[in-house]
Design a binder for this molecule. Structure first.
Ligand SMILES: [Zn+2]
Length: 260
């Protein structure tokens, strides 16, 4: 139920989140490139929360091509509780729909992945993308408060929250290189997400576009994060293919090549 509440919060705050980014400070560069088309697929179940409908544009911005190897290398680094983003980390974003945005370096490959998934007859749906640090702080603090209200001690509430929501400054969403994608027919962030048609396609094919399922079911002891069959991180096609084929997680890949 907590996950459901979080996605609802994300939906409610999406517009506010974009505004907060603009006000967040000089280090954050914003470039709204293009609005997107409306969602074409009609909801088919009562669970569908259409206000969260999301899709990327079908048209690439001008002068934007798939990432070259140098750009892929730039995007290949670890973000977790032990590896926070640098304080001076900067990002140039491309706007999607309804206040969503991503790092412009992963946008072209994300675009193609979403289009190919739709071309396969499926309905992927981006429900979360780039988050400014203050937005991440709100998500984190609200989850702690929710657990405190349920009777957890502060230490328990904090620790439990870190298993589900990254500590502000350590979320991949703050990098703009991660997106949460659900199937439009089932938009809850829970383990059932893995059984949806869009998710099964993404799990099988996202590596072709440079994205990995970042928090796999069988790697939770290494990632120290719950299984998230909706969170995809851009690492570039070369790394994504090896991570997929060897069934390793990003921490294992980074350690293998002693990357930052
Ligand atoms: Zn996520």
């Amino acid at each position: 139920m907590r996950k459901k509440r979080v996605i609802q919060l994300l939906g409610r705050l999406s517009a506010a989140g974009a505004a907060a980014v603009i006000c967040g400070g000089a280090v954050w560069f914003f470039r709204k490139v293009q609005e997107t088309q409306s969602v074409e697929v009609e909801p088919t179940t009562e669970n569908v929360q259409t206000e969260f409908a999301e899709e990327t544009s079908r048209e690439l911005p001008e002068n934007t091509t798939s990432a070259d190897s140098e750009t892929e290398t730039e995007c290949l680094f670890l973000i977790n509780a032990d590896h926070p983003l640098p304080e001076d980390y900067t990002i140039r974003t491309v706007g999607l729909k309804d206040g969503q945005s991503v790092d412009e370096r992963c946008y072209p490959d994300l675009q193609v992945m979403m289009d190919d998934c739709r071309a396969a007859g499926l309905s992927p749906y981006i429900c979360s993308s780039y988050r400014a640090k203050d937005f991440q702080e709100r998500l984190f603090d609200e989850n702690v408060e929710s657990l405190l209200a349920q009777g957890f001690s502060y230490e328990e509430a904090y620790t439990e929250t870190t298993r589900n929501i990254a500590i502000p400054g350590t979320s991949e969403h703050e990098s703009g290189l991660a997106v949460d994608i659900v199937d439009i027919s089932y938009q809850l962030l829970d383990n059932e997400q893995e059984n949806t048609p869009a998710q099964q396609w993404l799990m099988e094919n996202s590596w072709r576009y440079g994205f990995i399922l970042r928090y796999p079911k069988d790697k939770t002891d290494i990632t120290d994060f719950v299984y998230e069959p909706w969170h995809y991180r851009y690492v570039g096609k070369t790394a994504a293919e090896e991570i997929y084929r060897e069934n390793i997680c990003l921490e294992e890949y980074i350690e293998k090549y002693t990357l930052p």
